[in-house]
Design a protein around this ligand. Sequence first.
Ligand SMILES: *[C@@H]1O[C@H](CO)[C@@H](O)[C@H](O)[C@H]1NC(C)=O
Ligand SMILES: *[C@@H]1O[C@H](CO)[C@@H](O)[C@H](O)[C@H]1NC(C)=O
Ligand SMILES: *[C@@H]1O[C@H](CO)[C@@H](O)[C@H](O)[C@H]1NC(C)=O
Length: 493
Amino acid sequence: MQPIPTLLTCLLLLSLVPPGQPQQVRRVPGFEVEGDECHCVVYLPNNSISLKQLEQLQSTVQELISKSEQQLSRVSECAHALEDQGNEVLEKSYMLKFRNPSALASPYETPTFDLLLLELQGAQELVTQLKANEGVNGAGDLLHQLQSQVTNASLMLKLLADSEQRSFGAFQQEVDVLKGRLNKCERDSEPEQASRYPSPPLPPGSCVHGGLQKVSTPLVVQLNWRGFSYKKGAWGRDSAPNSASSLYWVAPLREDGRYFDYYRLYKSYDDLVLLKNYEERKMGYGDGSGNTVYKNFMYFNYYGTSDMAKVDLSSNTLVLRRTLPGATYNNRFSYAGVPWKDLDFAGDEKGLWVLYATEESKGNLVVSRLNASTLEVEKSWHTSQYKPALSGAFMACGVLYTLRSLSTRQEEIFYAFDTTTGQERHLSILLDKMLETLQSINYCPLDHKLYVYNDGYLLNYDLTFLTLQPRLHRPPARRPSGAHAPPRPVKHN
Ligand SMILES: *[C@@H]1O[C@H](CO)[C@@H](O)[C@H](O)[C@H]1NC(C)=O
Ligand SMILES: *[C@@H]1O[C@H](CO)[C@@H](O)[C@H](O)[C@H]1NC(C)=O
Ligand SMILES: *[C@@H]1O[C@H](CO)[C@@H](O)[C@H](O)[C@H]1NC(C)=O
């Protein structure tokens, strides 16, 4: 009796899943508002009562048939004519079922049901025969018993058919209720979404906001293409702002967790997800997972040196190699849990950056803005954060955000350094992770997402930024379009 509601459920769920959001399917079943997401729950009618009744009915019929057979042989021995006692109950039950088959035309009619009907019909015919030949030798009582059992079984069958129709009706009602709740859920989540972004939503590459507010739950995109044992590496999307390019890159390090030898490029997110139309390249001289891609060039630490390397992705050629003055290398001050990441490159709305430590800084993180053409350091800022105590860092709108591990499942963005104002502040934005270590974190200004390589898995997160307040009192002339407003310091809880 299960298949129909199950099929309906599937169809319903499919129709309810918002297009292009297959990750929602993973959360089925479940229908509730959780944060800003709508989930679906379908309550199937509990058919176990009907199934139990059917089983009971079947055994009754079996019992009936064997009793009837016994009785038949007994009757033939007696060879006496039986009185014709029209039994009203039997007649009625017979009419109920067979002269009015529509009572059974429930959407749940199955071969089992038909078989039962046939068996019951057979049993009734037997009883009728028996009645026709009823002798005087005490067979009467048994026959009466049989009759009432048949009647009982018929009634049960009728009840069953009715209850199936009722439960189908109830199911349809539930579907309607569900639809209503989903609509409401969608409506309710709209204002919530609107309040999370400046309205209209933050345009690609825009810095017109008050700094990082929230990080979404991670979306697990896939395992890296080299497999589970390639736990260290990096991935991301070209972090040039205002670029039409949607170049995605994946760079799992060799299994030793240090040597960067191969990478893949995908021209679109779909290609990445489907692992098709990629270009696989050999590199062979990178160190650690500090890579980033900015304006179609990949930047990384040249193996075993404090040199920065710049590779043209259209030809996979090393176009520039330049020493980063003072930078320590060979795993001197890497991040906690992420060895060999002495030079950590980052791209954002404001340009290309490198995060590292020097002996002079006593291992504290130094942020330098680079001239992307020449790799010269344009300006450096010294932070108060000891780099080996951090689990990672990224840049967004010229603000450095650093992370630390809270547990095997959670990270905290706990510190920010604004290169525009030179000010630092503490904050607490939690970030869930799937596995223990975030091997690399790359920010993309175009979609305001973080691309995280989490022990071999490619994750991404949506970043939410604080809306600048009060917007209504600012004349548009003071904020020319395209200009990057300096992030205002905003209090976090
Ligand atoms: C269905 O109903 C029966 C009888 O009331 C009960 O024993 C059983 O636990 C129910 N099953 C579910 C899945 O609720
Ligand atoms: C008919 O069914 C009811 C309920 O299951 C039961 O109590 C009764 O004994 C049955 N009658 C016969 C004759 O089997
Ligand atoms: C990078 O350096 C070159 C050479 O010094 C200079 O011409 C160019 O303007 C610089 N680029 C930026 C963005 O400052």
